[in-house]
Design a binder for this molecule. Structure first.
Ligand code: ADP
Length: 479
């Protein structure tokens, strides 16, 4: 098998489609789930921090931390918070001055940031920057004013913490996820391969069944797994029926050919043998028998010529030599040539040209086709009798009507007369010479010219052939 054939494999393509679909959806789901988990954990962390700082803020009030920052309880709580959240906590008073710093580096400095200003309006502010992976929480410490009873902001607790622990946790989960994923991918590969093999099975059965067919009689299996496989089997069955018909007609043709070719040879053999067996046969007898032998040789020759003509025409229109022909003149030539035969048989040949007709045709082939039909009219006629040829045309087609006063053709034979080697009623076919190929050749020629031939007949009264031909020849496959 070539490399590209492997790529065309139905099995491989199904396998790839399943693998791609599963991998793609798994990757998308994984990315979505991963991001979601991290966001939720950060959110949770901010909530926790805000809550804890609020608790510390309310304690500050009871310990009066903004006037005395030495409270051990508060300082211990602040440093505990900064350890837990791996971050820094700053406390600022009303004047933006840092009064406590878990890093101990900014005490006494002033800090005015966006969060701090927003926080002074009394709301908690949270901020998460995924770029630097930092969260910031600013919580106001408020006290009720003794005179107005309004809440006033006395200070701010600002906590910033890295989200590294969260990233570490989610990365850890993702790492463990990978192991599960690899196991799943292996299992999925196996399953995809199994599904691909199973899905391709019916097609394999179809191809095996077709490959193993050796005779026309064998039953074809039903492969109804898919609508498509059954359609393939049905189409194959139809094709096989057509081939069967073709094979039968070929066999019949071959046996007819051998039979027809053997008949004159058998006659020649009988004639020659009887001459050989006779001692002192008179010269007249020799002459007589030799004439018969010569006639049989002519007959053999005619059969072979006709057969070759038919076989050549079987190849299609490629051998056609089409020219624009004056049909009136052509018919005159044909009737002139058949004159002696007609006179011998006491048959009147009447040619009636209703108009001038020019048509595209292969002159030699068409001459033979028309001659065959007229000759039949003369051969299968009464004596005396007549054959009438009428030529007419419209703007597209020419028509040729050839009728005779002859014996007519029985209804049962009408559908067979165009078959190869078919000869009517055997009693008269012995007396009238012929190969049974004449009308087959005529019909084939007419069909090659994209024309038609019809026949009607009344037994004992005569027969009429109507030939229709297009005036201009259209090539095979042409418009
Ligand atoms: P052939 O004339 O060599 O026998 P054809 O193919 O020309 O073969 O004709 C087939 C048969 O059709 C003839 O044997 C004959 O029985 C019948 N047939 C053809 N033309 C006529 C006709 N004009 N009148 C009566 N029978 C005809």
């Amino acid at each position: 098998m070539k490399r590209s054939d492997y790529l065309k494999s139905f099995r491989l393509r199904i396998f790839l489609v399943i693998v791609l679909a599963v991998l793609l959806s798994a990757t998308i789901m994984r990315a979505a789930a991963g991001a979601n988990l991290r966001d939720r954990m950060v959110e949770q962390r901010i909530k926790e921090m805000t809550e804890q700082i609020r608790v510390t803020a309310s304690r500050m009030k009871s310990y009066d931390f903004f006037h005395d920052t030495s409270s051990d309880v508060i300082n211990a709580q602040l440093s505990q918070l900064s350890t837990v959240y791996e971050g820094r906590i700053l406390v600022m008073d009303q004047g933006f001055r840092v009064i406590a710093d878990t890093y101990d580096i900014s005490i006494g400095r002033y800090m005015i940031g966006e969060e701090v200003i927003r926080c002074y309006s009394g709301e908690s502010v949270t901020n998460y920057d995924p770029g630097s992976r930092y969260v910031e929480v600013a919580v106001p410490v408020t006290e009720k004013d003794g005179e107005t009873g309004e809440n006033i902001v006395t200070g701010i607790i600002l906590a910033s913490a890295a989200t590294d622990p969260i990233y570490r946790t989610t990365d850890d989960i993702a790492r463990r996820g990978w192991i599960i994923e690899i196991v799943l991918v292996v299992v999925m590969f196996g399953m995809a391969a199994a599904v691909a093999v199973l899905m391709a099975k019916p097609f394999e059965r179809v191809s095996k069944a077709m490959g193993s067919v050796v005779s026309f009689e064998e039953d074809l299996p039903v492969v109804s797994d898919y609508k498509e496989t059954q359609e393939i089997v049905d189409s194959f069955h139809k094709l096989r029926q057509r081939l069967k018909t073709l094979d039968e007609s070929r066999q019949e043709f071959v046996s007819n050919v051998s039979h027809e070719l053997k008949t004159p040879i058998a006659s020649i053999k009988v004639l020659a043998d009887s001459l050989n067996m006779q001692e002192d046969a008179p010269i007249e007898m020799y002459k007589d028998f030799m004439q018969d032998i010569s006639a049989e040789v002519d007959r053999e020759n005619k059969i072979i010529t006709d057969l070759l003509d038919l076989v050549r025409m079987d190849k299609g229109a490629s051998g056609m030599n089409v020219e624009n022909i004056k049909v009136n003149e052509l018919l005159e030539q044909i009737t002139k040539r058949l004159g002696p035969l007609a006179r011998k048989s006491e048959v009147d040949l009447i040619l009636e040209s209703r108009r001038e007709v020019n048509a595209d045709m292969d002159e030699v082939k068409m001459t033979q086709a028309i001659t065959n039909i007229i000759e039949n009219g003369i051969k299968y006629n009464k004596h005396p009798g007549w054959v009438r040829i009428v030529l007419d045309a419209d703007h597209q087609y020419m028509s040729l009507t050839i009728s005779d006063s002859g014996t007519g053709i029985p209804e049962s034979e009408l559908s067979h007369i165009f078959e190869r080697f078919y000869r009517g009623d055997k009693s008269h076919s012995k007396e009238i010479s012929g190969t049974g190929l004449g009308l087959a050749i005529s019909r084939k020629t007419i069909l090659l010219h994209r024309g038609s031939i019809d026949v009607s007949s009344v037994l004992g009264e005569g027969t009429t052939f109507v030939v229709k031909l297009p005036l201009s020849y259209i090539k095979e496959g042409g418009a």
